[in-house]
Design a protein around this ligand. Sequence first.
Ligand SMILES: [Zn+2]
Length: 355
Amino acid sequence: MKKHKSSKAMLRKARRNYRAMQSKTAHLVQLSWQSPLAKPTIAIHEAREAHSAPAIFIYKSEFDYLSRCILDYLSEETGGQLYGFYTEKGEYVIVYAIGPGPQANHQITFFNQDKEYLLKVNHVMLKHGLQKIGEWHSHHQLGLNRPSGHDVNSVVSVMRKYQINSHLLCIGNIDHKGRSTENAFTFSKDNDYCTQHAAWKVIDMDSPYRPLIDNDPELAGVLRHPRTQNARHGQNFLVEDNVAKPDFQDGYWLKNKENRLVLKQIVDYLTDLGYTCSVNLDSNGIVHLVVQRSGEGMEIVFGKNFPHEAPLISFPDGSDMIPEWEYNGSIYDSFVRCYNKFAFAINNYNNMYNF
Ligand SMILES: [Zn+2]
């Protein structure tokens, strides 16, 4: 999907019907179930709602830091520690993460942190009022995105031995697209040491502790940082913010829970094509799916009469168009066919011009 000017030439441009319901200047409210990251995880939230997974707060800088550390080791385990504190309700707040020290032992199926490194870092963390609240290690591409039996046994025996009431273990993985995934598990004495898969609540800002500790003179020349410069996140289990849960109008397609899963499927489909997607709700209660790839972007606007009427494609320059849309009873199938026709038309047009 390249230049939208060509799309205008190729496809029928129509604005009338949608202008009424879509206000370009409408304040876009981020949906609660929108991930602050690239990929919303609506379906997962829906599926897990009933189990009320615990939430782990983490600053975006640290979430990204973990991703970078995981991506440093493609076929060996790596790991580190998580520092922060607990909220009044006992929720974990991760404000600073570390990766492996220089003497850490990285093997295919196990990882041991550099003890000397850990002692030095712990000392400085305590000075800043932070405690070690958990650990992480990567199962890289081993295909196990949760703690192994051995992991569980070690955590529980340490908890019992030192009378620790709760502990957090995060398991990293690398997916088939070379992106990291981070899965957090809590262990609690009150819960008979059972592991619980926790949902991330990513605080969309850099941790204020990151520069503070990175620049602490006691750690000068000590701290090791990942070689990988940019985080690449795959599918993570993110918490939904119940406060701003969207209340769709009666009759709107997303009022229906199954259709919300369909929207998730559509997001997955576009993500697999290399788009980053975010779901926004405008002040008229209309969902805009904002998709971007290689610096180009568009919004897919699902109007009041969707799926009986086509979605509107809206471009950053303010122009918009209605793609060829045939609703066959399955929203997902209809969407994929519509998208393919759209992409095919654009490609043809570009090829025509290239030769
Ligand atoms: Zn493990």
